[in-house]
Design a protein around this ligand. Structure first.
Ligand code: PLP
Length: 495
């Protein structure tokens, strides 16, 4: 079955999978969604015998139907290799009654590697298939983790260059150091004076600027996106939910068909949307528990049916979730509106112009499988400390938001279904917040001293990604105002 993609805002704008990956965002500002979500064909018991790459192929081939078997297998093999520090790619770890799906074993130790290690291969394959000869300029806004993972994925990939914008004061010290030390002649990193939403809005505005697109074309460039608005990011993320289910099946933790709950620490709504697509495609998922930090716009949305971004932006210890405009929620809104692009376009117009929209009671009924929760900074720290004291397992701040929300959910609901918590970053990426949560005595230690102390406490090896930046030279120093992003891009590209 051929899967076609269309814009969430215009049913007439259609694309094949490879075209949608190349474009990133639809020309009307909408997001590409499959007109029909395919169903899994291979039985889960069968996939339980496969390795990560094989499961990836079985899942991705259903969504990326214009890629040949050879192309897709080549992309998968090039992505999920020794860049990951374990052959399992996404291992499960049980602690305190939940199964942590560790999605941080890739090159930049955050879950963004799961998709961004394959996106450059999907994109360059898509360019070849569609006879695109321009240089592809990847324009990316990051709340900290996407930026580094995209830089690592695209560095020195022929036919591409990458420009990353991050909020200068809105990422962790290690996140910033990881980005500004990035090598590769085709990479640029720019700090902006603003928050992640400013960065994301600036990037979206450039994508929708026709004049800029013309000027780019004249110079032999075209934009694409490595943000989770690109369907090439979303599809690879469906894989690990299937993988997790089949591992639990193989271990006898789940019976075939038994419902699995998933808890996802959420920012831009990409990761949890992938779990939802997996469920729509037939994976036996029960509850989809959406965990937010103090920027709890999604919690309020699930609670009330009103999405209201008009609120204070709070900097938390889980910076990759400091987001008030969750881009991928649009894909869910489109779906619960009955695949109605006009209705969705109207709600997105209200969000852009008034900062708020309300969904209908009928649409709310479609959200029954979702459950929102949030954790404050104090609850997040207490969760890290308690889990460490009880089990010795150390999780990062984002994962701890999810763990805290899960603990509350389990207590309140009495729902004891087998549960997977998406563990989205290595604790080494947020060492200071993690260590001071365990004991305030760590306040006075330096960042790399804390790294060594974390290694001692957790009994885990310091990841290569951290070793690499201990002494690395800062190569990117550009900082710009939030309304000067386009000028900065024009300067970089010589337009
Ligand atoms: C990006 C990120 C998130 C949020 O994921 P979304 O797909 O944007 O919802 C959570 N945790 C970490 C560590 C991240 O890097």
């Amino acid at each position: 079955m051929e899967i076609i993609y269309q814009s969430t805002r215009n049913a007439q704008e259609r694309a094949t999978a490879s075209e949608a990956i190349l474009k990133g965002l639809a020309s009307d500002g909408g997001l590409f969604v499959p007109t029909q979500i395919p169903a899994f064909t291979v039985p889960f018991a069968e996939m339980a015998k496969m390795d990560y790459r094989q499961v990836a192929y079985e899942v991705m081939k259903l969504f990326l139907t214009d890629f040949t078997e050879e192309e897709l297998k080549h992309c998968i093999a090039s992505a999920y290799d020794e860049k990951f520090d374990t052959g399992e790619i996404a291992p499960l770890r049980e602690a305190d009654g939940a199964h942590y799906l560790e999605l941080f074993h890739g090159a930049t130790i955050a879950f963004k590697d799961m998709a961004l290690s394959i996106l450059p291969h999907l994109l360059t394959t898509a360019a070849k298939k569609n006879n695109v000869n321009e240089e592809i300029v990847i324009l990316t806004a990051t709340s900290g983790d996407t930026g580094k993972a995209a830089l690592a994925g695209f560095a020195d990939v022929p036919g591409t260059s990458i420009i990353v914008f991050y909020p200068k004061d809105g990422v962790s010290p290690i996140q910033e150091k990881q980005m500004v030390t990035q090598r590769g002649a085709n990479t640029t990193v720019v700090g902006i004076r603003g928050n992640f939403d400013d960065a994301q809005n600036g990037v979206k505005a450039m994508f929708n600027n026709r004049e800029l697109a013309e000027a780019m074309k004249a110079k032999g460039f075209r934009f694409s996106s490595a943000n989770s608005i690109n369907i090439g990011r979303l599809v690879p993320q469906i894989v690990y939910y299937v993988y997790a289910y089949t591992r639990l099946l193989a271990a006898g933790t789940l019976r075939d068909g038994e419902l699995l709950n998933v808890v996802v620490p959420t920012g831009n709504f990409g990761n949890i949307l992938a779990a939802y697509y997996a469920k729509c495609a037939g994976l036996p998922i029960g509850k989809l528990i959406c965990a937010s930090n103090d920027n709890k716009v999604l919690y309020d949305f699930f609670q009330t049916g009103t999405y209201d971004r008009k609120r204070e932006f709070i900097l938390t210890t889980s910076p990759s979730m400091d987001i008030l405009i969750s881009s991928n929620l649009e894909r869910l809104i489109y779906k619960i509106a009955g695949d109605d692009a006009d209705k969705n376009a109207e709600l997105m117009r209200a969000l852009a112009e008034e900062g708020v929209y309300h969904i209908t009671p009928q649409m709310r009924e479609e959200l029954a499988d979702f459950c929102g929760g949030y954790a404050t900074t104090e609850q997040t720290a207490a969760t890290i400390r308690n889990l460490y004291e009880k089990t010795g397992y150390i999780i990062d701040t984002h994962t701890a938001v999810a763990a805290s929300v899960y603990n509350t959910y389990r207590q309140k609901s009495g729902d004891n279904a087998v549960t997977v918590i998406a563990s989205t970053a290595s604790p080494y990426k947020f060492t200071r917040s993690v260590m001071t949560a365990i004991d305030t005595k760590y306040d006075s230690m330096g960042d790399f001293e804390l790294v060594d102390e974390l290694s001692r406490l957790s009994g885990t090896k310091v990841p290569q990604a951290i070793e690499d930046i201990r002494s690395a030279e800062v190569l990117h120093k550009t900082v710009c105002a939030k309304d000067k992003m386009q000028e900065t891009v024009e300067k970089i590209l010589g337009l």
